[in-house]
Design a protein around this ligand. Structure first.
Ligand SMILES: [Zn+2]
Length: 237
């Protein structure tokens, strides 16, 4: 049994767990109990048409052979250029196909966002992004996103930035986490799901609130005692 992937975004966040070649989506909705003690970690292999093909190579989450080339390809369709805010005051610029904008922002766990420009193609959007990016990051490190948990956006700084761009549309997202303190960053798949914010999973376990980057779970084997009788171990702590 191995964790082989995850789904983020607005609909049905899930951990993908493979057993003997078949892949199951384990819901990450609030209230779900996870009981996956982590064992060894190695390449998560490949999933093709619902079948998991395991791989023993040591690279994580994927070995060289199974690392997909994520270099984006920009198509000739409408793109949105956006600004995204991560509490308290990390702002980035990005582009996505217009129809995916809301999903893309939630996948990243943005707290606020603004659609600031519409481009007729990906390459044009990329040019606009580059110009804006001169003074702003195009990527936000996970540590910054962890820091955004239990924080609120610096509205003054955000509104001041937006004034420079006259947004087409603005967004404010609530991930329903209602955290009073920043969770402890830990690689863990045990406990009660509090919720997800982009790739960050928030769990409550033994009285402590933890957050895990879902990508950091990919490739872990589930230790044997959990797989023997998973159901009976639910809620056992
Ligand atoms: Zn591999």
């Amino acid at each position: 049994m191995q964790i082989v992937g995850y789904h983020t975004g607005p609909n049905d966040p899930a951990l993908l767990v493979a057993t003997g070649g078949s892949v199951e989506g384990v819901s990450l909705e609030p209230g779900v109990e996870l009981s996956y003690p982590l064992g060894d970690r190695h390449c998560a292999g490949a999933i093709d048409d619902g079948t998991h093909y395991p791989c023993d190579r040591p690279g994580t989450p994927y070995c060289e052979r199974h690392t997909q080339d994520w270099a984006p390809t920009y198509t000739e369709e409408e793109y949105a250029v956006y600004l995204a805010a991560f509490a308290p005051a990390t702002f980035k610029v990005g582009i996505t196909r217009s129809w995916r904008l809301d999903t893309r922002l939630r996948e990243q766990g943005a707290d606020r966002a603004a659609h600031i420009h519409t481009a007729t193609s990906g390459p044009i959007a990329r040019e606009v992004e580059r110009e804006i990016a001169a003074g702003m990051p195009e990527a936000v490190r996970v540590e910054r996103k962890v820091a955004s948990l239990a924080a609120t956006v610096d509205s003054g700084a955000w509104e001041a930035l937006l004034e420079e761009y006259s947004p087409v549309e603005t967004f404010a997202f609530d991930y329903g986490l209602a955290l009073e303190e920043r969770p402890v960053a830990e690689i863990i798949a045990m406990g009660t799901v509090v919720g997800t914010k982009g790739r960050l999973l928030v769990l409550q376990y033994a009285g402590t609130t933890y957050t895990t980057d879902l990508r950091e779970l990919v490739g872990f084997e589930i230790a044997a005692e959990a797989t023997r009788d998973h159901q009976s171990s639910l809620g056992a702590f």
